[in-house]
Design a protein around this ligand. Structure first.
Ligand code: ZN
Length: 62
């Protein structure tokens, strides 16, 4: 039975026993993993909404 696992995010060895964030090494990596799918989900629904919020940017003279 392995006592360490590799974090799927940063791939560093992290202890399995007593690790509350397993299989991740820390809360940060666990958050990144959650954010990864959340971001992909957000992009699908957020794309159309942002299209309407910035119509002025192209007509602005530089
Ligand atoms: Zn990590």
């Amino acid at each position: 039975m392995p006592t360490t696992v590799k974090c799927p995010i940063c791939r560093s060895e992290t202890p399995w026993t007593g690790n509350r964030y397993r299989p991740f090494c820390s809360e940060r990596c666990r958050f990144i993993d959650l954010g990864a799918w959340a971001d992909g989900n957000y992009r699908i629904t957020g794309g159309e909404l942002e299209d309407e919020s910035q119509p002025v940017e192209e007509s602005e003279p530089r």
